[in-house]
Design a protein around this ligand. Structure first.
Ligand code: TXA
Ligand code: MG
Length: 322
C-alpha cells in the first residue's frame, strides 16, 4: 500500500520509513539534490524492486546513501589517498564517489561492476531515514526511467504513486540537479556526471580531474564510463532545443515566430545558470502539462554550475542545438 505522507519531519513517521526499508520495502524520500527512491542496498530482492518501480535498465548501477564512515569502510576496499580530503571538503553533500567495492555489495547495485557509487546526503529527512534503517540505502532519482528527476513532491506522486511502499513529501528540493559523480577508483579522478559540487571545486582539492569525454558529447559517438549517462535522460515529451549562446534576440524571436506559424506551442527559456539548475526539471514537467510541444532553452556558459546545466540540457535536447 502506498502511504503518501504530507506532514513533514514527523520523527515517528521517519522511523517507520526506516523500518520499512529494513524489512525490504521501498520509500521515496527527499534529498538536497532530487527525490530518491530507496531500498536496502544490501538486499538484492529489495534493490530489484527499485528497478521494477522505475522501469530502469538493469545495467545502470545505483548509488548507496550512507550517513557514517563506518558504513563507508564496510562498502569499499583499497581507499585511495584522495578520499579523506574529498570527504572533508564535500560530505555530507551533493558529491557521489565511485570506489572499489567490497564483497558485501550485491551485484544488482553495481550492475556487476567492481566499483560502487557512494554518497552521504545533507538533508535532515534523508539522514533520519537512513539512520533509522541503519543500512546503506540504494536510491536512484525517484522518477520513471527516462523522465526528468523529481524536484517536487508532486513529481514523485505523478510518477511513483502505487509503485512504492511509502512516499515522504517534504516540499521542494534545494539544488534541483542530481549529485556530482566522481570516479576515484583509478589513477586520476574522472568526473562522470557534473553537479552542484563543481569541476572547479574538485580541481581545487584533487589537483587533476579528467572529464569523461562522453559528458558533453553525443552518447552514440563516445561510450560513457558511467552506464547511466548513455540513456536519453531528463527529457520531457516536448521537443527540446538548445539555443546557442551567440544567437541574438531578434534571430531567436524570428525563429519562435516561424515555429508558431507552423502551429507549434513554443516555450522559450532564458535563465541564468543557477536558476536553470534549480528549475530545469520542474520546468520540463510543467511545460508538458501546459501542452508546449517545443521548448527552446538558451545555453549558459559551462563554468561552475553551468557545466551540470549544459550536460542535462544537451541530453534532454538529444544534442540538438540551433
Ligand atoms: O543526487 C543524486 O545522486 C540522486 C539522489 C537520489 O541521491 N540519485 C541519483 O541516482 O541521481 P541515479 O541512479 O539517478 O544516478 C546514478 C548515476 C548514474 O549515472 C549511474 O550510472 C552512476 O551514477 N553510477 C552508479 N554507480 C556507478 C559505478 N559503479 N560506476 C560508474 N557510474 C556509476
Ligand atoms: Mg536518475
Amino acid at each position: 500500500m502506498t502511504i503518501c505522507y504530507q506532514a513533514q519531519r514527523d520523527k515517528a513517521k521517519l522511523f517507520e520509513a526506516g523500518q520499512l526499508l529494513k524489512n525490504g520495502g521501498t520509500v521515496v524520500f527527499p534529498t538536497e539534490t532530487v527525490y530518491g527512491l530507496g531500498a536496502n542496498g544490501l538486499d538484492a530482492d529489495a534493490v530489484q524492486k527499485i528497478f521494477d518501480a522505475k522501469g530502469r535498465p538493469s545495467d545502470n548501477p545505483l548509488i548507496l546513501h550512507i550517513t557514517t564512515r563506518t558504513w563507508l569502510n564496510r562498502l569499499i576496499c583499497q581507499p585511495p589517498a584522495l578520499l579523506e580530503s574529498l570527504i572533508d571538503a564535500f560530505w555530507p553533500g551533493p558529491l557521489t564517489l565511485v570506489l572499489k567495492k567490497s564483497s558485501i555489495v550485491p551485484d544488482v547495485v553495481t550492475a556487476g561492476l567492481d566499483t560502487v557509487a557512494i554518497r552521504m546526503p545533507d538533508h535532515p529527512v534523508a539522514r533520519a531515514i537512513i539512520e533509522a534503517a541503519n543500512l546503506p540505502i540504494a536510491a536512484p532519482s525517484a522518477n520513471l526511467s527516462g523522465s526528468p528527476s523529481p524536484t517536487k513532491a508532486a513529481h514523485v506522486i505523478a510518477d511513483m504513486m502505487g509503485r512504492v511502499d511509502m512516499i515522504i513529501d517534504d516540499g521542494d528540493v534545494v539544488h534541483g540537479l542530481e549529485s556530482t559523480v566522481l570516479d576515484i577508483s583509478g589513477e586520476v579522478p574522472i568526473l562522470l556526471r557534473p553537479g552542484a559540487v563543481t569541476y572547479e571545486q574538485l580541481v581545487a582539492i584533487c589537483g587533476e580531474v579528467q572529464l569523461d569525454p562522453a559528458m558533453m558529447a553525443h552518447s552514440t559517438m563516445v561510450k560513457p564510463r558511467s552506464p547511466g549517462m548513455k540513456y536519453r535522460h531528463y527529457a520531457p515529451h516536448a521537443d527540446v532545443f538548445v539555443v546557442a549562446l551567440e544567437r541574438k534576440p531578434d534571430e531567436i524571436a524570428a525563429h519562435i515566430k516561424s515555429l508558431e506559424a507552423k502551429g507549434h506551442k513554443v516555450l522559450y527559456v532564458d535563465y541564468p545558470a543557477e536558476r536553470l539548475a534549480n528549475q530545469l526539471f520542474a520546468l520540463f514537467r510543467a511545460a508538458d502539462q501546459e501542452g508546449y510541444d517545443i521548448i527552446l532553452v538558451k545555453a549558459v556558459s559551462t563554468d561552475q554550475i553551468g557545466l551540470a546545466v549544459m550536460n542535462r540540457l544537451l541530453k534532454a535536447a538529444n544534442y540538438k542545438i540551433i
